[in-house]
Design a binder for this molecule. Structure first.
Ligand SMILES: Cc1cc2nc3c(=O)[nH]c(=O)nc-3n(C[C@H](O)[C@H](O)[C@H](O)COP(=O)(O)O)c2cc1C
Ligand code: SF4
Ligand code: SF4
Length: 255
């Protein structure tokens, strides 16, 4: 079945997952959500692969759903760090409101990229998550290939009610301005890689230093990909190791 997989990623986990899934499925093509024109897509099946942000969908995914065509088989893979919560239920609901059916929704647990809460996990812990996720993606592809449908995956009830139901809507509104916490230290050399990886064009270079513009998506690509580790967020990040999926390169992020 001709399949399109649209991905959104800050640190490469979702791109890695999308590539793996595309490799398992027959006749699949990948495209980033940043440049896609799904209205012109003639695939019979469409998959969405994206990170979970604050127990729900990133704004870009919500916007993207608004452009999806009718009459396709839809599936989703919510890439998270252990708390998918009610993210896929949210997706199912907003798709239903547009007359679209999400026939399958899976989650995989990858290393966390949320650096305000801590630095990169050890190589061993990362490797374990990659191995478990690779296996799950294989199983997911098998289920999709057999045309299986089912309820979307979700977290325990308390996470769905408290984190997705209450915290997510409060935080979601604040995300664009959360870039106020970014600052740049003396290691910055003005290379502008932060501007190149930002999906929302939210960084400009002024006086050879990045300046954030207040329409952030909190993907954390800028802080995680800065080669000089010069971008900081709040007070703790100078001491935290950076993370990006090791098989994904800067060139992949710019593609
Ligand atoms: C702003 C933000 C919020 C996040 N919220 C969650 C969350 O609610 N639950 C979770 O399990 N992981 C959360 N994470 C972790 C990411 O979902 C996880 O690391 C994901 O694999 C990142 O994928 P990416 O590299 O494709 O961006 C969050 C990350 C960011 C940047
Ligand atoms: S990527 Fe890092 S070093 Fe390069 S301009 Fe941005 S902050 Fe400075
Ligand atoms: S400013 Fe940084 S965190 Fe915000 S959208 Fe751009 S790359 Fe992502």
């Amino acid at each position: 079945m001709k399949t399109s997989i649209y991905y959104y990623t800050g640190t490469g986990n979702s791109l890695w997952a999308a590539r793996r899934l595309g490799g398992e499925l027959k006749d699949a093509r990948l495209a980033g959500m940043r440049r896609a024109a799904p209205e012109n897509d003639d695939a019979e099946a469409i998959g969405l692969v994206f990170p979970v942000h604050m127990w729900g969908l990133p704004r870009r995914v919500i916007d993207f759903v608004g452009h999806l065509p009718a009459g396709r088989r839809y599936f989703a893979l919510a890439v998270n760090a252990g708390q998918v919560a009610g993210t896929l239920t949210q997706l199912k609901k907003i798709m239903k409101a547009r007359g679209l059916v999400l026939s399958a929704g899976f989650g995989i647990v990858m290393p966390s990229n949320y650096i305000p809460w801590g630095g990169a996990a050890s190589q061993e812990k990362q490797a374990l998550r990659f191995a478990n996720s690779a296996k799950k993606i294989k199983d997911m592809a098998g289920a999709l290939g057999r045309g299986e449908t089912g309820p979307v995956e979700k977290g325990p009830l308390w996470q769905n009610l408290l984190l997705s139901g209450l915290c997510y809507p409060l935080l979601y509104r604040k995300i664009p301005k959360m870039d106020r916490e970014f600052w740049v230290d003396a290691k910055c050399n003005g290379c502008a890689i932060c501007t190149a990886v930002c999906p929302s064009g939210n960084i400009i270079i002024e006086g050879k230093k990045p300046v954030w513009q207040g329409h952030c998506e909190q993907c954390l690509a800028c802080i995680q990909w800065c080669p000089a580790q010069a971008i900081q967020y709040g007070k703790k990040t100078p001491g935290y190791a950076r993370y990006h999926q090791p098989e994904i390169t800067l060139a992949d992020m710019r593609a």
